[in-house]
Design a protein. Sequence first.
Lengths: 315, 337
Amino acid sequence: MLKMIVMRLLGVALVLLAVSALVFAFGALIPGDMTSVIVGQEGATQEQFEAVRQRLGLDKPLPVQYVNWLANALQGDFGTSPITGRSVASDLVRQFPVSLELALLTLLVSTAIGLPAGIVAAVHANRRLDVLIRVTLLFTFSVPIFVIGILLLLVGSRWAPDLFHVSFTPWSEDPVMHVRSMAMPLLTIAFPITAMTMQMTRASMLEVLHAPYVVTARAGGVREKRIEYLHALRNALPPIVTFIGFQLGILLGGLIVVEQIFSLPGLGRGMLEAINTRDYPMVTATTLVFATAFVIINALVDLLYPLLDPRQRGR
Amino acid sequence: MSTPPVLRVRDLTTRFHTSHGTVTAVNGVSFDVARGETLGLVGESGSGKSVTAMSVLRLVAKPGRIVGGRVELNGTDLLTLNEEEMRQRRGSECGMVFQNPMTALNPAFSVGWQMREALTAHERGNGTAGRIHAALADVGMPDPERQAASFPHQMSGGMRQRVVIAMGMINEPQLLIADEPTTALDVTIQAQVLDLMKNLTRDHGTALLLITHNMGVVAKMCDRVAVMYAGEIVEEAPVDELFGNSRHPYTRGLLRSIPRADRPRQKTPTLPGSPPDMSRLPAGCRFRDRCVFADDRCENHPDLLAVGARHKARCWKTQNGETLDETALSQEVPHGV
Ligand SMILES: Nc1ncnc2c1ncn2[C@@H]1O[C@H](COP(=O)(O)OP(=O)(O)OP(=O)(O)O)[C@@H](O)[C@H]1O
Ligand SMILES: [Mg+2]
């Protein structure tokens, strides 16, 4: 078991290394580079241009640039933004908690609603309760996030301004206001994610509800509720957990939209801004953070799997 | 026989309503199984054996529905019970052994846990661990304590089937239903598992309803045999009588298609033709199209009637005392594979 964990961690480290190389390569592939941003498009002489390139190390071959960048990144130094003049790392430190909070809250809410809803829907497959659950949740799923967000924004600011405080307030400033300012972004993104969790749970449950071992249990006189919520559910769980982990990845993408709509100072919005202003160090750093988060989440789910499925454990 | 049978099935009829039409998979089936007796239920694939077994425990899943008849277990008609009363009888009065031990056990739980489920579904008691270990020992599992802690995927098919049998027997039911319990096992293991079931049911006086399409298994295990064809029982007789003096052309065909040691497997004649489409059954005798003896009488549907002591057949010819002339049968073209 310990050996397996060590092997997995080594694997994760390798994947992260590959990810960092990819992220760096993409940054290098984007036409133009930071120099033009700093120096400005016009009026700069070739000498000025070269001087800046040299200062930034952009005249060195790409592999050397990568090693330097990685060495700095590992020490938490992602350089200085030529746009804002601030250190990229300090921006990330400010943005990351906002996004993480939103992502985790979303996952919590969507799982707390979607998982039980999916189980109940499967148990009542094709009967009234199932249809009700599916119609309700899938309706919200079929509406794009930005539409839900804007609708909530309109409704919230108009009829319930007290419930939904619109502009972002950090927790440290005013906890109550903070919760209010997070409520609408959370609702917006939680709807579709809940629908997905429900749908996945239902499908996974339906698959096991007709398994031969369920018939065995029934033939043995085990109570129906126990069969559904213990014998079957236990087998439906592993793919659901994997899926929820996978959703975190999707969520990261969703954050870009939601943070934009509600002006939340998170990673997603930061990334979009950085792309718009061609803030190269910021874009690469944010991409790296997103990718790293994705890899780590998947690794955690992988480690969880043997706990959920005995067949994955050693003999 | 003065003691009432453990299981008495009368006119059991089970239908499936599908988009292709209605299929009466089990049509007016009647049989008894007495204490300590083994009744074999044989027939080709699709003849309704499994649906019959599932109907006895009311486990037929949608779109199937039991539409009529009686299923008396220990004198109570199961078809009149509510769902909870029925649940209490499953496993405690009637155990079940399924065909495929690779899928019949839950992969997520240990063997001991699953046996405890079967036990505690009917009683809360102390000493469950002891009883589980004893049940595992009864089916010949070495080191029951260790086996109880292991998961199904850690066991061989034969071992898993022993577990399934132990689970089926753990509440000491009066009736055990086994649906092709050895079909999925290696040939060498098949005999061991059959011996085990034979010994267990004999020691406990359990009535056994054994479903199979292997006539060799029938010869080894059964006291009486009921032969099913297209949802109906077409012949029922004590095992020696059936092998020596079968009174239905379909049974004759089944018996002739047993592989024998004295001839190569390829020469074994198979029954020509195939069973009728269950959603479009012909009027009259259902075996008529494949029967070398068929004549005008077979346009009408025959009943299952006595053709001897404890011997019934659903055939106009034998019901009128005529014999089934074997020379007619041997003119069949052998369908070798
Ligand atoms: N779920 C179902 N939906 C529709 N029809 C069904 C269903 N299950 C069974 N049937 C019908 O019932 C008939 C009998 O099926 P059954 O499983 O009892 O056959 P069997 O004798 O056990 O065959 P085998 O030897 O292959 O196990 C089938 O031919 C089929 O027409
Ligand atoms: Mg069957």
